[in-house]
Design a protein around this ligand. Sequence first.
Ligand SMILES: Nc1nc2c(c(=O)[nH]1)N[C@H]1C(S)=C(S)[C@@H](COP(=O)(O)OP(=O)(O)OC[C@H]3O[C@@H](n4cnc5c(N)ncnc54)[C@H](O)[C@@H]3O)O[C@H]1N2
Ligand code: MOO
Length: 437
Amino acid sequence: MTRTVEEHQQAVLGLLRYSSAFADRPAETLPLAAARGRVLAEDLMAPVSLPPFDNSQMDGYAVHRDDLGGAEPLRLAIARPVPAGAAPAALEPGHAAPIMTGAMIPEGAAAVVPIERAVPSQFPTAAQYRDGTQLTVELPVVEEGLFIRSAGSDVAAGSIALEAGTLLGPAQLGLLAACGLATVPVRPRFRVLLLSTGDEVQEPGSTLAPGRIFDANTTLLTTALEEAGAEVQRHSVVADNPEELRAALQGLDGAVNLILSTGGISQGAYEVVKQALADSSVEFLSVAMQPGGPQAIGTINGVPFLGFPGNPVSALVSFEMFLRPALGTVTGIPGNRVCLPARLTEDVQSPENKHQVRRGLYTDRAGQGEGTGDVELLGGPGSHLLHALAGSNALVHLPVGTGAVEAGTPVAVWLLSELRGGVQPLHPSNPNREALT
Ligand SMILES: Nc1nc2c(c(=O)[nH]1)N[C@H]1C(S)=C(S)[C@@H](COP(=O)(O)OP(=O)(O)OC[C@H]3O[C@@H](n4cnc5c(N)ncnc54)[C@H](O)[C@@H]3O)O[C@H]1N2
Ligand code: MOO
């Protein structure tokens, strides 16, 4: 049986959506700092307003409402200063209170004049206050409300601070902390049991025996899954022994939301996954994609199961094409890569009947006045070329029907990382350019 990429994407999404006990698992409550990258389980109301009280946006003088309508300049008696954190006394008309950024606006005050606009433009010293003489200050007349951050102007108490389903990053967690919350209810992590298979596959850190290779897939997929927000239970490498694999899959119902294996699913004489699951509902099929053609999909005792091919590049491409987007839909953690057009730097030949996914280095030319970036292919199409994958920052899509493509042709690329090293050039039309330079 052969499927298109799109058909298998739908099948994987359907598998995670409908066969998984994930949606039924209860929310967890975590301390805020432990909740980065998690998804909010319920709407959260702001228990306090932000700001909680009217406060000053500037270091300056708080001026009484009755003094704002007069003629310039105002000559006002200096009242006791109001530091941030204090509960100030009411301000009398004819007085100006030195007030610091973030300090509570005294009752009666209706505007803040920044210290730079006052004469003198420095606050009185402690010694001047001790002197006992009445100090005065000259201020311009300003409009009511100037430099006052009113209570609730960011968020009002009782309104929704964050909606269920929000991905929690630094800004969202900072907001909850500002609201006085110490913990947050989050959706559970999607749990994956990961098994690499093959007699030849050996744990890294040991001495390599003849004919054997180190296990790349467990580390590659553990980190890919964790990056996508899943929780991974790593199994030790399973030998090409169907009994051993069946034993590893016993009694898992409910404990994991997905079983994911690599290797043992194609046409060889020792295909352990295929043999162990021969009498199950798991299907072994071919997707019109390269790499990642051989795929397995089904359930084992009601638990969703995916079998990826053993070649490491095939395993990662399978993850990116099928599992990452489906996980994103099911968990609410965005799973789609940024997709951009990019010009190929060389001629390429792709099998017309397959969606080829090459690996490459994308260079953004936008900062140099060009609209489209370039992509240089790294390594060939071979699915063992892990070193070339490790040097790549993009997957390059050559869909079914592509065939020969000339250098300079735009193709779709998925960025594997949105973070770039070095200094981000400012786009010439960036309105912040002036402010930043
Ligand atoms: N006669 C055919 N042979 C093959 C076909 C085919 O259609 N007909 N398909 C090829 C393709 S395409 C792929 S992809 C592989 C998939 O094979 P399996 O999923 O059965 O995987 P294995 O044979 O177990 O391993 C393939 C390859 O990957 C290496 N490997 C396996 N596990 C790991 C690991 N954990 N870390 C690093 N490398 C691993 C393994 O040693 C093999 O070299 O089948 C082709 N053959
Ligand atoms: O489909 Mo395999 O993944 O080409 O090497």
